[in-house]
Design a protein around this ligand. Structure first.
Ligand code: SF4
Ligand code: SF4
Length: 209
């Protein structure tokens, strides 16, 4: 069998059949997060992404299958919890022969899931990270994780926490917190891009429990 010919035919089928501009694949390609050269429609289902994907190795997740369902316009994938198994390690992205990125497709699918509400419960437990952006203007490890870090890293974590300022001074680093004027700029930006509203709408899921 001439595999090159089969692949070229497959490439042609995707690009020439001009499937509906409203299908899931095109919605993903039009998303602001999609790179202009994302090779989603060029996927040849070779499975290389799956063969290298840690999530596919350790769970029911299948990177190639994610793309197949998108190309089949199977919108049920947005509500399927399987999309939350991806680690965002970008291995699939680096090996895909046609410039597709399951990782980036997945990120857009997750945003769609959050817009539809079904994804909010998947990320509401991480909202304390969002709070640190809103309160301090930068991402810091929220206090609620300190207990677990103490268990995992014992004395190293305690020493770092107790002597952090001293260590920073020794390294010639300024305060890790933003200057008030910088904090104000970050605050305005987060407000303007709708970050605050999005965080509030995700937290609503927590209150519904
Ligand atoms: S490696 Fe690329 S072309 Fe191959 S199945 Fe995965 S996304 Fe499709
Ligand atoms: S980014 Fe996600 S889909 Fe890609 S290899 Fe990593 S875990 Fe798998």
């Amino acid at each position: 069998m001439d595999y090159g010919c089969v692949i070229l035919k497959k490439l042609g089928r995707r690009e020439m059949t001009n499937e509906s501009e409203d299908d899931l694949a095109h919605k993903i390609l039009k998303d602001i997060k999609a790179p202009s050269d994302l090779g989603l429609l060029r996927c040849v289902q070779c499975g290389l992404c799956t063969s290298m994907c840690p999530a596919s190795r350790h769970s029911e997740y299948d990177a190639r299958e994610i793309i197949k369902r998108v190309l089949d316009n199977d919108e049920s994938i947005i509500e399927d919890e399987i999309i939350w198994n991806c680690f965002y390690c970008y291995t699939c992205h680096s090996v895909c022969p046609v410039g597709n990125s399951v990782c980036e497709v997945n990120q857009i699918l997750r945003q769609m899931a959050i817009d539809k509400d079904v994804g909010k419960k998947q990320i509401e437990s991480f909202m304390s990270f969002a709070d640190s952006f809103l309160e301090e203007g930068l991402g810091i490890i929220p206090k609620e994780y300190h207990g677990q870090l103490k268990i995992d890293y014992g004395k190293h974590w305690e020493n770092l926490q107790e002597n952090l300022q001293e260590v920073r001074e020794e390294l010639g680093l300024d305060s890790m917190f933003l200057l008030p004027e910088a904090k104000e700029s970050v605050d305005k930006t987060l407000d303007a891009i709708g970050f605050k509203k999005r965080v509030d709408s995700i937290k609503e899921v927590r209150n519904r429990k």
